[in-house]
Design a protein around this ligand. Structure first.
Ligand code: BGC
Length: 788
């Protein structure tokens, strides 16, 4: 006590002497301690600009010249970018990192030998959406957000929710669905899960970023209605249901203006119409005019360049940019910084429980795998089957997730071969050695490049090994069953192509045929496992397979999860959240994707790459995915919402809470497991609207629910709520959501084409479900597809 008092006294005297001048000078306000307005008032113009322009770019193999490079590396090596700290005002820097499938940071650090910083590679978004289960997605989010926090990240650049407009979209694996209701609900679940840890998300890429071809220049010409109903709807749902900390604007233009420079998009729609409270950051080096970006409401320019800073400073000095506009952008960022782990001083461990998370990843992966075909109950693998021959290179080299910023540095990945072995099967050794030797040879010839070199000049995926038919014949007698793995990979910067990607290569088709002929001659089963991130053509070869399991890109535990489903340990319950068309030419955007280029106007763009102006017109309008196939009677290979199970389900008649719509209506249905195996069922609610002044698809998804695991004979009642929003379509003439009066049919089914029960209700008079701002008006006329 005595000593303490003495120390206190000495301290007080010292403070009195040394601090006297500081008090007299009025100490700078501190974020969180002083009112926000005082903090902003105390900032110099240069400090404000430091806050709205990120601290620079640093990536192995490239840096943006003259930026504040080093900050990122100092804090979390491999993170995508940071903001500047302003210590004088108590403002820490924020650390942002990719990406949608897991925390993407460097796995090893200089000066720290022996320590690793691996993260969980979660199943990709397309798989998660195929679970049709927001609880599964939220649970992934909770575990994911814990890794974000423990690795010292404030804002994860995820989830991504652009619409699968076309199967060739190079980043489709990072996105959820062709349908905005699924995309929006999955995003909200993921955001709520991640952010429950006290870290932030950045939902991206806002908006209409549906292709990688000319992604930094393309002008997307799209109607207000298609925007509101298809391309913005998922973002609207996500903002309203999860209020994410941040939104990332996209690279492309919408109707003539870069999204990051569009006040219509970032202020009028996002903030005014939807009530978004967080801040907006650009995609990396997105847009061209920093002053327009500030005016539009794009708070933060990432990763930030000195040129952007000078332009903003000049604009304020010359009066082109009002300082209070800049202050607004600063306040938006500071409000989020206040909530961040960097601000609250969280001491991250760098040691998340990766073992526990791997189990979450494995369970989620099994929930989103889709059984596409199962003739004569080829699956689950029969008890007597013990020896399996596994064909196809991706059986031995799992594609856990896609490439680019959506990739994750993971400690390991479980191949299908390993997963089958772990599950107790004997995987034929001779076949295994044939493939692993081929793969080893290929990787020897194509050594791993660093991220930037790989991004600029990607190593082509190993071509499928040319299988010797004689080996297939020999193995058909020696083993009990054949499994064939087909893999596809893609990622940011490039779209896929039809030949040898959307279509199988001849080598792949020949392999399937050779194996199928050989095994079927012995009356043995052939199962194809698709380890893919985007849709492929199944038509030319699907008859050769007894069963097809769509395993997507299932994350680091993929092989174990595949074996769980193949063996029957888990009954498949995933359904397609994106259509598998019968032919690429059937895709409604086949002709317009990826648009026109204007090479004569090419300039040098981001990272010194050639920037070719381009434009794409979404002339299919609202008829994207099943909205097109169902309305125009184009039969797909596997329709939206489709997926088989090892058991069967019946649906009771639908009960509606009322026969006339009066603001809210509940539909209930009881699903019963009528088969012999326990399983879960996804029930989908589609709504058909009466004919009104607006053209409408024959039906649209308005609700979905998944049962718990039902034992044979067990039932569960599922309910779905319909509000005016679900009934309405966007009326461009009045910028409002309008529901026509008349008879509405509720269709509940196991897929968009397999409707089990229907019931109808009526709406007595036209209903306005909401009025919004007129925004993003196309500058040129668009001739949109109409219902015949
Ligand atoms: C991608 C974003 C990513 C960012 C940071 C961009 O190239 O489009 O999705 O978050 O890089 O790595």
């Amino acid at each position: 006590m005595q000593i303490k008092r003495l120390q206190g006294g000495v301290l007080a005297v010292a403070l009195l002497l040394s601090g006297y001048t500081a008090v007299a000078q009025n100490p700078a306000p501190k974020l969180g301690k002083s009112p926000m307005s005082a903090v902003i008032k105390a900032m110099t113009l240069e400090e404000k600009v430091q806050l709205v322009v990120g601290a620079g770019f640093n990536m192995p193999g490239m840096t943006s010249s003259g930026t504040g490079v080093g900050q990122t590396q100092d804090r979390v090596p491999g993170a995508a970018g940071t903001t500047h700290a302003i210590p004088r005002l108590g403002i820490p820097s924020l650390v942002t990192s990719d990406g949608p499938a897991g925390v993407r940071i460097d796995s090893v650090r200089k000066g720290n030998p022996g320590r690793t910083y691996y993260a969980t590679a979660w199943p990709v978004a397309t798989l998660l959406a195929s679970s049709w289960d927001t609880t599964v997605v939220k649970n992934v989010g909770i575990a994911f957000g814990h890794e974000v926090k423990e690795y010292g990240i404030d804002v994860i650049l995820a989830p991504a929710l652009n619409i699968h407009r076309n199967p060739l979209g190079g980043r489709n694996f990072e996105y959820y669905s062709e349908d905005p209701l699924i995309a929006g609900r999955m995003t909200a679940a993921m955001v709520n899960g991640i952010e429950s840890n006290g870290v932030g998300t950045s939902i991206k890429h806002f908006a209409a970023n549906n292709q990688e071809s000319n992604r930094n220049t393309v002008n997307t010409i799209v109607s207000e209605r298609a925007l509101r109903e298809i391309y913005l709807k998922g973002f609207e749902i996500a903002v309203k249901q999860s209020q994410p900390w941040t939104v990332m604007s996209s690279y492309n233009k919408i109707n003539g203006t870069y999204t990051s420079e569009s006040a219509d998009l970032l202020t009028t729609i996002l903030r005014k119409d939807w009530g978004f409270k967080g801040f907006v950051m650009t995609d990396w080096f997105g847009g061209t005019n920093p002053v327009a970006q500030m005016k539009a409401g794009n708070n933060l320019l990432m990763p930030g360049t000195p040129a952007q800073s000078s332009k903003i400073i000049e604009a304020v000095k010359s009066g082109q940019l009002a300082e209070n506009v800049l202050d607004g952008q600063v306040a938006g960022i500071l409000n989020i910084i206040l909530r961040s782990p960097s601000f609250t001083g969280y001491k991250n461990s760098d040691r998340p429980d990766l073992k526990k998370d791997a189990q979450v990843a494995r369970t989620a992966a099994t929930e989103g795998m889709v059984l596409l075909k199962n003739e004569d109950q080829a699956l689950p693998v029969k008890q007597q089957v013990r020896n399996v021959a596994l064909f196809g290179i991706n059986g031995y080299d799992l594609i856990a997730g896609g490439t680019g910023s959506g990739d994750v540095n993971k400690a390991y990945k479980i191949s299908l071969a390993q997963g089958l072995t772990n599950a107790g099967y004997t995987v034929d050794n001779e076949v295994r050695q044939t493939y692993t030797a081929y793969m080893a040879d290929y990787s020897g010839k194509h050594p791993k490049k660093d991220f930037f070199k790989e991004f600029m000049n990607p190593t082509p995926p190993a071509p499928e090994y040319t299988l010797d038919k004689a080996l297939a014949v020999q193995k058909a007698s020696a083993t009990d069953m054949a499994i064939i793995a087909i893999g596809r990979n893609a990622g940011e910067g490039r779209d896929r192509k039809v030949e040898d990607d959307y279509e199988l290569t001849n080598t792949e088709k020949d392999m399937i045929k050779a194996v199928s002929d050989a095994y079927h001659a012995q009356h043995k089963k052939v199962v194809v496992v698709l380890n893919i991130g985007g849709v492929i053509n199944v038509m030319p070869w699907r008859n050769s397979a007894d069963a097809i399991l769509l395993a997507w890109q299932p994350g680091l535990e993929g092989g174990n999860a595949m074996a769980d489903v193949l063996s029957g340990k888990v009954t498949p319950s995933g359904k397609l959240a994106t259509t598998f068309p019968a032919s690429y030419n059937d895709v409604p955007s086949a002709k317009s994707f990826p648009g026109k280029e204007f090479p004569e106007q090419a300039t040098t763009g981001m990272l010194g790459m050639k920037a070719i102006p381009a434009e794409v017109t979404y002339d299919e309008g609202i008829y994207v995915g099943y909205r097109y196939y169902n309305t125009f009677n184009v039969k797909p290979a596997y329709e939206f919402g489709y997926g088989l199970s090892y058991t069967t389900f019946s649906y009771s008649p639908v009960k509606l809470s009322a026969s006339t719509f009066n603001g809210r209506l509940t539909a209930t249905v009881t699903v019963t497991n009528t088969g012999k195996t326990a399983g879960k069922e996804v029930a989908e609610l589609y709504l058909s609207a009466p004919k009104g002044k607006l053209d409408k698809p024959t039906e649209e998804l308005k609700g979905f629910a998944k049962t718990r695991t039902l034992r044979p004979g067990e039932s569960q009642t599922l309910s779905f709520v319909l509000t005016p929003e679900e009934l309405a379509s966007f009326d461009t003439a009045t910028s409002s959501w309008v529901a026509a009066s008349g008879k509405y049919t509720v269709k509940i089914g196991a897929s968009s084409l397999d409707i089990k029960q229907m019931a109808s209700f009526s709406l007595a008079k036209e209903l306005i479900a909401g009025k919004v701002s007129r925004a993003l008006v196309p500058q040129v006329p668009i001739t949109e597809l109409q219902r015949p």
